[in-house]
Design a protein around this ligand. Structure first.
Ligand code: AMP
Length: 282
Protein backbone atom coordinates (compact mmCIF):
# COMPACT_ATOMS: atom_id res chain seq x y z
CA UNK A 1 0.00 0.00 0.00
CA UNK A 2 1.38 3.43 -0.89
CA UNK A 3 1.69 5.73 2.08
CA UNK A 4 0.87 9.38 1.51
CA UNK A 5 2.38 11.75 4.05
CA UNK A 6 0.13 14.51 5.26
CA UNK A 7 1.65 17.82 4.12
CA UNK A 8 1.13 20.54 6.69
CA UNK A 9 1.97 24.20 6.00
CA UNK A 10 0.82 25.82 9.24
CA UNK A 11 1.87 25.48 12.86
CA UNK A 12 -1.62 25.22 14.38
CA UNK A 13 -2.54 22.19 12.23
CA UNK A 14 0.73 20.46 13.13
CA UNK A 15 0.17 21.08 16.84
CA UNK A 16 -3.35 19.67 16.60
CA UNK A 17 -2.20 16.60 14.68
CA UNK A 18 0.53 15.97 17.26
CA UNK A 19 -1.86 16.51 20.17
CA UNK A 20 -4.40 14.08 18.68
CA UNK A 21 -1.92 11.30 18.19
CA UNK A 22 -0.71 11.70 21.78
CA UNK A 23 -4.34 11.44 22.92
CA UNK A 24 -4.41 8.12 21.04
CA UNK A 25 -1.41 6.96 23.05
CA UNK A 26 1.00 7.13 20.09
CA UNK A 27 4.58 8.42 20.27
CA UNK A 28 6.05 10.90 17.77
CA UNK A 29 9.58 11.06 16.38
CA UNK A 30 10.59 14.27 14.58
CA UNK A 31 13.40 15.04 12.13
CA UNK A 32 13.99 18.71 11.25
CA UNK A 33 15.72 19.32 7.90
CA UNK A 34 16.32 22.04 5.34
CA UNK A 35 15.31 19.64 2.54
CA UNK A 36 17.43 18.58 -0.47
CA UNK A 37 17.25 15.22 1.25
CA UNK A 38 20.02 12.63 1.00
CA UNK A 39 20.83 9.31 2.67
CA UNK A 40 22.08 11.15 5.78
CA UNK A 41 18.64 12.67 6.36
CA UNK A 42 16.97 9.35 5.56
CA UNK A 43 19.06 7.57 8.20
CA UNK A 44 17.75 10.02 10.84
CA UNK A 45 14.20 9.28 9.71
CA UNK A 46 14.80 5.51 9.96
CA UNK A 47 16.07 6.06 13.50
CA UNK A 48 12.92 8.03 14.41
CA UNK A 49 10.71 5.36 12.84
CA UNK A 50 12.44 2.64 14.82
CA UNK A 51 11.81 4.43 18.11
CA UNK A 52 8.29 5.88 17.66
CA UNK A 53 4.81 5.00 16.39
CA UNK A 54 4.64 8.05 14.12
CA UNK A 55 7.20 10.17 12.29
CA UNK A 56 7.16 13.80 11.20
CA UNK A 57 9.82 15.54 9.10
CA UNK A 58 10.12 19.29 8.60
CA UNK A 59 11.51 20.96 5.51
CA UNK A 60 12.36 24.60 6.05
CA UNK A 61 15.34 26.58 4.79
CA UNK A 62 15.74 28.81 7.83
CA UNK A 63 16.71 32.38 6.84
CA UNK A 64 17.69 33.19 10.44
CA UNK A 65 20.76 30.94 10.31
CA UNK A 66 22.24 32.41 7.11
CA UNK A 67 24.40 35.54 7.17
CA UNK A 68 23.63 38.08 4.40
CA UNK A 69 26.81 36.93 2.60
CA UNK A 70 25.81 33.24 2.70
CA UNK A 71 23.91 30.94 0.35
CA UNK A 72 20.26 31.30 1.50
CA UNK A 73 19.00 32.09 -2.02
CA UNK A 74 21.18 29.47 -3.70
CA UNK A 75 20.47 26.71 -1.15
CA UNK A 76 19.05 23.70 -3.07
CA UNK A 77 15.26 23.42 -2.87
CA UNK A 78 13.90 20.10 -4.17
CA UNK A 79 10.53 19.75 -2.44
CA UNK A 80 8.86 17.51 -5.03
CA UNK A 81 11.70 14.99 -4.94
CA UNK A 82 11.93 15.23 -1.13
CA UNK A 83 8.22 14.47 -0.73
CA UNK A 84 8.56 11.44 -2.99
CA UNK A 85 11.41 10.10 -0.84
CA UNK A 86 9.47 10.74 2.36
CA UNK A 87 6.47 8.95 0.93
CA UNK A 88 8.63 5.94 0.02
CA UNK A 89 9.95 5.87 3.59
CA UNK A 90 6.45 5.90 5.08
CA UNK A 91 6.75 9.23 6.93
CA UNK A 92 3.38 10.23 8.40
CA UNK A 93 3.57 14.02 8.22
CA UNK A 94 5.76 16.58 6.47
CA UNK A 95 5.79 20.08 7.89
CA UNK A 96 6.82 22.50 5.13
CA UNK A 97 5.92 26.04 6.21
CA UNK A 98 6.76 29.21 4.31
CA UNK A 99 8.92 31.97 5.79
CA UNK A 100 5.97 34.09 6.95
CA UNK A 101 4.41 31.17 8.85
CA UNK A 102 7.63 30.73 10.85
CA UNK A 103 8.58 34.39 11.20
CA UNK A 104 5.74 36.90 11.32
CA UNK A 105 6.68 40.40 10.20
CA UNK A 106 6.74 41.56 13.85
CA UNK A 107 8.69 38.51 15.15
CA UNK A 108 10.88 39.93 17.91
CA UNK A 109 12.25 37.09 20.05
CA UNK A 110 15.79 35.76 19.85
CA UNK A 111 17.71 32.99 21.58
CA UNK A 112 21.42 33.28 22.20
CA UNK A 113 23.07 29.97 23.15
CA UNK A 114 26.44 29.98 24.91
CA UNK A 115 28.27 26.91 26.31
CA UNK A 116 28.93 24.53 23.40
CA UNK A 117 27.96 27.29 20.95
CA UNK A 118 31.09 29.29 21.82
CA UNK A 119 34.00 29.11 19.36
CA UNK A 120 34.45 26.79 16.34
CA UNK A 121 31.50 27.59 13.99
CA UNK A 122 30.65 30.75 15.93
CA UNK A 123 34.12 32.18 15.23
CA UNK A 124 33.27 32.11 11.53
CA UNK A 125 29.45 32.32 11.53
CA UNK A 126 28.72 34.53 14.56
CA UNK A 127 24.90 34.42 14.33
CA UNK A 128 24.55 30.87 13.07
CA UNK A 129 23.61 29.17 16.36
CA UNK A 130 21.25 32.01 17.31
CA UNK A 131 19.33 31.20 14.13
CA UNK A 132 19.53 27.44 14.67
CA UNK A 133 18.43 27.68 18.32
CA UNK A 134 15.48 29.87 17.39
CA UNK A 135 14.20 27.70 14.56
CA UNK A 136 14.74 24.42 16.43
CA UNK A 137 12.85 25.76 19.45
CA UNK A 138 9.99 26.91 17.21
CA UNK A 139 9.92 23.60 15.31
CA UNK A 140 9.92 21.54 18.51
CA UNK A 141 7.07 23.62 19.92
CA UNK A 142 5.19 23.21 16.64
CA UNK A 143 5.64 19.43 16.39
CA UNK A 144 5.61 18.63 20.13
CA UNK A 145 7.46 15.33 19.56
CA UNK A 146 8.65 12.75 22.09
CA UNK A 147 12.04 12.51 20.42
CA UNK A 148 13.86 14.56 17.79
CA UNK A 149 16.78 13.12 15.80
CA UNK A 150 19.76 15.22 14.70
CA UNK A 151 22.95 14.23 12.88
CA UNK A 152 26.40 14.01 14.43
CA UNK A 153 27.51 15.43 11.09
CA UNK A 154 26.75 18.82 12.67
CA UNK A 155 28.32 17.86 15.98
CA UNK A 156 28.51 21.31 17.55
CA UNK A 157 24.90 21.93 16.52
CA UNK A 158 23.85 18.63 18.16
CA UNK A 159 25.45 19.68 21.46
CA UNK A 160 23.95 23.19 21.24
CA UNK A 161 20.49 21.67 20.73
CA UNK A 162 20.88 19.19 23.60
CA UNK A 163 21.88 22.07 25.90
CA UNK A 164 19.10 24.31 24.62
CA UNK A 165 16.43 21.68 25.29
CA UNK A 166 17.86 21.04 28.73
CA UNK A 167 18.20 24.72 29.67
CA UNK A 168 14.72 25.67 28.41
CA UNK A 169 13.02 22.53 29.82
CA UNK A 170 11.60 21.58 26.44
CA UNK A 171 10.02 18.14 27.01
CA UNK A 172 11.70 16.21 24.18
CA UNK A 173 14.56 13.72 24.02
CA UNK A 174 17.31 14.63 21.56
CA UNK A 175 18.91 11.67 19.78
CA UNK A 176 22.21 11.96 17.89
CA UNK A 177 22.69 9.72 14.84
CA UNK A 178 26.00 8.85 13.13
CA UNK A 179 27.29 10.58 10.00
CA UNK A 180 26.46 8.88 6.71
CA UNK A 181 29.32 9.00 4.18
CA UNK A 182 29.91 8.35 0.50
CA UNK A 183 31.94 5.22 -0.29
CA UNK A 184 35.06 7.43 -0.56
CA UNK A 185 34.53 8.86 2.94
CA UNK A 186 33.03 12.26 2.08
CA UNK A 187 30.27 13.09 4.59
CA UNK A 188 26.95 13.52 2.76
CA UNK A 189 25.72 17.11 2.70
CA UNK A 190 23.14 19.02 0.66
CA UNK A 191 25.95 21.49 -0.10
CA UNK A 192 28.09 18.81 -1.79
CA UNK A 193 25.95 19.58 -4.86
CA UNK A 194 27.91 22.85 -5.16
CA UNK A 195 31.26 21.05 -5.67
CA UNK A 196 32.82 21.19 -9.13
CA UNK A 197 33.91 17.79 -10.44
CA UNK A 198 37.52 18.72 -9.69
CA UNK A 199 36.70 19.68 -6.10
CA UNK A 200 34.50 16.59 -5.67
CA UNK A 201 37.62 14.48 -6.36
CA UNK A 202 39.58 16.33 -3.68
CA UNK A 203 36.78 16.52 -1.07
CA UNK A 204 37.21 13.01 0.49
CA UNK A 205 40.73 14.07 1.50
CA UNK A 206 39.15 16.01 4.38
CA UNK A 207 37.89 12.82 6.05
CA UNK A 208 41.03 10.83 5.21
CA UNK A 209 43.37 13.48 6.68
CA UNK A 210 41.14 13.70 9.76
CA UNK A 211 41.25 9.91 10.20
CA UNK A 212 45.01 10.03 9.96
CA UNK A 213 45.19 12.82 12.58
CA UNK A 214 42.94 10.79 14.90
CA UNK A 215 45.07 7.70 14.47
CA UNK A 216 48.28 9.64 15.22
CA UNK A 217 46.74 11.27 18.29
CA UNK A 218 45.59 7.85 19.53
CA UNK A 219 49.16 6.61 19.15
CA UNK A 220 50.11 9.22 21.75
CA UNK A 221 51.65 11.66 19.30
CA UNK A 222 51.43 15.29 20.42
CA UNK A 223 47.99 16.59 19.29
CA UNK A 224 49.34 20.03 18.37
CA UNK A 225 51.88 18.57 15.95
CA UNK A 226 49.36 16.12 14.43
CA UNK A 227 46.90 18.98 13.88
CA UNK A 228 49.43 21.25 12.21
CA UNK A 229 50.61 18.40 9.97
CA UNK A 230 46.96 17.70 9.08
CA UNK A 231 46.41 21.38 8.22
CA UNK A 232 49.48 21.37 6.01
CA UNK A 233 48.25 18.32 4.08
CA UNK A 234 44.80 19.83 3.62
CA UNK A 235 46.29 23.12 2.35
CA UNK A 236 48.51 21.21 -0.07
CA UNK A 237 45.42 19.41 -1.39
CA UNK A 238 43.73 22.78 -2.05
CA UNK A 239 41.57 23.31 1.05
CA UNK A 240 41.28 26.64 2.83
CA UNK A 241 40.90 25.92 6.54
CA UNK A 242 38.55 27.70 8.96
CA UNK A 243 39.51 25.31 11.78
CA UNK A 244 40.83 21.84 12.52
CA UNK A 245 40.59 21.37 16.27
CA UNK A 246 40.58 18.73 18.96
CA UNK A 247 37.99 19.34 21.68
CA UNK A 248 36.40 17.77 24.75
CA UNK A 249 33.58 15.75 23.10
CA UNK A 250 31.04 16.68 25.78
CA UNK A 251 31.64 20.40 26.34
CA UNK A 252 33.64 21.33 23.21
CA UNK A 253 36.13 23.09 25.46
CA UNK A 254 39.83 22.82 24.60
CA UNK A 255 41.12 19.74 26.46
CA UNK A 256 44.05 20.22 28.86
CA UNK A 257 47.18 18.15 28.15
CA UNK A 258 46.24 15.56 30.80
CA UNK A 259 42.58 15.31 29.67
CA UNK A 260 41.53 11.64 29.53
CA UNK A 261 37.80 11.87 28.61
CA UNK A 262 36.26 11.48 25.15
CA UNK A 263 37.57 13.88 22.49
CA UNK A 264 36.26 15.02 19.14
CA UNK A 265 38.17 16.25 16.12
CA UNK A 266 36.19 18.96 14.30
CA UNK A 267 36.93 20.69 11.01
CA UNK A 268 35.50 23.35 8.73
CA UNK A 269 37.16 23.93 5.38
CA UNK A 270 36.53 25.42 1.99
CA UNK A 271 37.01 24.03 -1.50
CA UNK A 272 36.41 27.00 -3.78
CA UNK A 273 33.07 28.46 -2.66
CA UNK A 274 31.88 25.28 -0.93
CA UNK A 275 32.21 25.00 2.84
CA UNK A 276 32.71 21.44 4.08
CA UNK A 277 32.45 20.50 7.75
CA UNK A 278 33.23 17.14 9.33
CA UNK A 279 34.03 15.65 12.72
CA UNK A 280 34.96 12.34 14.27
CA UNK A 281 35.61 10.74 17.61
CA UNK A 282 39.25 11.07 18.64
P1 AMP B 1 20.23 19.97 7.14
O1 AMP B 1 19.12 19.67 6.19
O2 AMP B 1 21.56 20.05 6.49
O3 AMP B 1 19.92 21.13 8.06
O4 AMP B 1 20.33 18.72 8.08
C1 AMP B 1 19.21 18.19 8.75
C2 AMP B 1 19.69 17.12 9.70
O5 AMP B 1 20.37 16.10 8.97
C3 AMP B 1 20.69 17.65 10.75
O6 AMP B 1 20.40 17.02 11.99
C4 AMP B 1 22.01 17.18 10.19
O7 AMP B 1 22.99 17.00 11.18
C5 AMP B 1 21.61 15.86 9.57
N1 AMP B 1 22.60 15.43 8.56
C6 AMP B 1 23.12 16.19 7.55
N2 AMP B 1 24.05 15.47 6.87
C7 AMP B 1 24.12 14.25 7.47
C8 AMP B 1 24.89 13.08 7.25
N3 AMP B 1 25.79 13.00 6.27
N4 AMP B 1 24.71 12.01 8.07
C9 AMP B 1 23.80 12.07 9.07
N5 AMP B 1 23.03 13.15 9.34
C10 AMP B 1 23.19 14.24 8.55
Amino acid sequence: MTHFPLIVRDIRTLQEWSHNLKMNGESLGFVPTMGALHEGHLSLISEAKKRCDRTAVSIFVNPAQFAPTEDFEAYPRTEKRDLQQLRDLGVDTVFAPNGAEMYAADHSTSIHPNGPALGLETDFRPDFFNGVALVVTKLLLAALPDIAVFGEKDYQQLLVIKKLVDDLNIPVRIIGAPTVREADGLALSSRNAYLSSEHRQIAPKLASVMMQVVSQIKQEHKPRECLSEGCEQLREAGFKIDYLELRDAETLRRPADDFSGPRRLLAATWLGNTRLIDNMSA
